[in-house]
Design a protein. Structure first.
Length: 253
């Protein structure tokens, strides 16, 4: 009887040692895309962990820059061009540093954030010596300033009705804007024998107050035959949106 009890105690002690020898697994961080912001806009993780971005249907993308990168480069990670079709995007960070991330469609409107990646621990125990205080190694992000909420509530508007210039090679539009803004363009097409329209392209173009002539970027050399609907909407720097305008036209074969 004593031998069986002793054996059980030894086995239990061995399991406890084995469990204590492995560090606890840290959970990854999740960042949600809002209308024109990230929630939260900063996360701190350890090298080897991942960040998951979620999207509830907004027209966004995820662009992550390596530490020290400037401009609009996505040299660390991107899930593609802005779209409302994705719901999740995950990226693992293996190198310590402070990374900036943003939505390319709304970066100018403040949809940016930072990720601090701390070096991975090389020890097998997470408990510091009893006579030494643990050292805080978290890196302070460089863009944590708090900006006052914008008081601009006046939405930009189209002055008159936008018009399309007839062209078989390009989609060219003339419009007048009441303010400097970003022009959101969504193009839909229905084939000659089709029954419904489908979205074929999207674009974000900068326009100035007054008259503008904009050309949508295209990959093909000419427009395919069919019926077209082009949705135009203005968004200013404060996020105010104009009423949407739809231009319809047909391209013969």
């Amino acid at each position: 009887m004593r031998l069986r009890v002793a054996a059980a105690l030894v086995a239990g002690f061995a399991v406890a040692i084995a469990v204590a020898g492995f560090p606890a697994v840290a959970s990854d961080a999740t960042i949600a895309a809002g209308t024109q912001s990230w929630s939260p806009n900063h996360a701190t993780i350890t090298a080897g962990e991942s960040i998951k971005w979620t999207n509830a249907g907004g027209f966004h993308n995820v662009c992550v820059q390596k530490p020290g990168t400037t401009g609009d480069s996505c040299d660390e990670f991107t899930n593609g061009t802005p779209s409302d079709a994705w719901t999740e995007a995950t990226h693992q960070f293996t190198t310590a540093g402070t990374y900036e991330f943003f939505c390319a469609a709304h970066k100018s409107l403040g949809m940016t954030g930072t990720i601090t990646v701390n070096p991975a621990s090389t020890g097998t125990s997470t408990t510091p010596p009893t006579d030494v205080m643990p050292t805080d190694t978290a890196t302070v992000p460089t863009n944590t300033e708090t900006f006052p909420a914008s008081t601009d509530s006046t939405a930009p508007e189209f002055v008159g009705k936008p018009k399309r210039r007839a062209s078989r090679r390009s989609l060219i539009f003339e419009l007048r804007s009441s303010d400097d803004a970003t022009l959101n363009v969504t193009v839909f097409r229905r084939p000659p024998r089709g029954r419904s329209f489908s979205r074929i392209s999207e674009a974000l173009l900068k326009v100035k107050e007054g008259k503008n002539v904009v050309t949508l970027p295209r990959k093909s050399r000419s427009l395919r035959s069919g019926a077209y609907r082009v949705k135009l909407q203005l968004v200013d720097a404060a996020g105010n949106k104009s009423s949407a305008v739809t231009i319809s036209f047909k391209v013969a074969s």
